[in-house]
Design a protein around this ligand. Sequence first.
Ligand code: GDP
Length: 340
Amino acid sequence: MPLASASGLSDEDRALADAVMAGQRRALAKAITLIESTRADHQTRANALLRALLPHTGRALRIGISGVPGVGKSTFIEALGLLLIAQGKRVAVLAVDPSSTRSGGSILGDKTRMERLSQRAAAFIRPSPSSGALGGVTEKTREALLVCEAAGFDVVIVETVGVGQSETAVAGMTDVFVLLQLPNAGDDLQAIKKGIVELADIVVFNKADLDPLAAETAMAQMRAALSLLRPTSAHWQPPVLKASAAKNAGIAEFWQSIEAHRATLEASGELATKRQHQALDWMWQMIDAGLQSRFRARPAVRGALPQLMVAVENGTVTPAAAAQQLLGCLSQEYATPDYD
Ligand code: GDP
């Protein structure tokens, strides 16, 4: 491996950072691959690379889009992407797919999706990283998002599947979170039950062409449901829109809504605070994850944990007492010199 300079970047990685900032898509793909690697030396290089790119991030509009498989996410994102490219913008699409973390397979079926968009020079499409726990995957996606910004993309779309936990993560890394819905009541109830609707800044009923009347009914029901929820911002009531992505209908109106949301949040100063909170949340999530893995790696914890878990399961020790005892292992070990 080439020697690293004072910035922690080797000449090769300095060149990579420059190529990313020049907007070269191959360099961008290579940088994201480095970030997604679990090898310790790659992680060190990735961290140095991100440090170098960080001052050049923050300028993109970050959009999260979620919906159940089949709702039309890729059709919608492709139509939106092509519209934005026609306006002279550059668009990156990243995916968070919880299914790909478990099975190696993917609900988002990345390879064949958004074919027309992927052929455009102003677009960059990256499937979900497919290893590690969901936390690890969303972590990589956050970092990939920053790299896309450093590469000068005007809009970064983070797509995910409507299953619950990944939505919270995606809403926590984007400026505006969009829920795509099918115009039938079952889909509404699922999304409300899973707590996804309350994350939404904009709700769009796609496939409105199939049954326009059902779409209107579903929209009215969704407006009623939203009016009962606490809005995501004091200055913004989530609009409920309709679209037919396959027919390219409703996409321009949707974009107007995104711009209105952005303008509202900028005018109230909320965009800056939202991003600050997201950055702090990210830091704490990293600390929590780091503490948890160090805690579990301690010999005293590893020794006591299996028995205590069984005891808690059997009800012979209370969860609180077990937690207290395990956390006690930590202070015992901290009392002696710590070599890890
Ligand atoms: P995803 O799984 O959410 O990414 O959904 P896709 O974008 O792959 O769309 C699933 C299917 O629905 C495809 O066959 C699309 O052509 C179709 N589809 C997408 N949007 C619309 C729409 O607005 N109207 C109709 N009729 N079909 C659509």
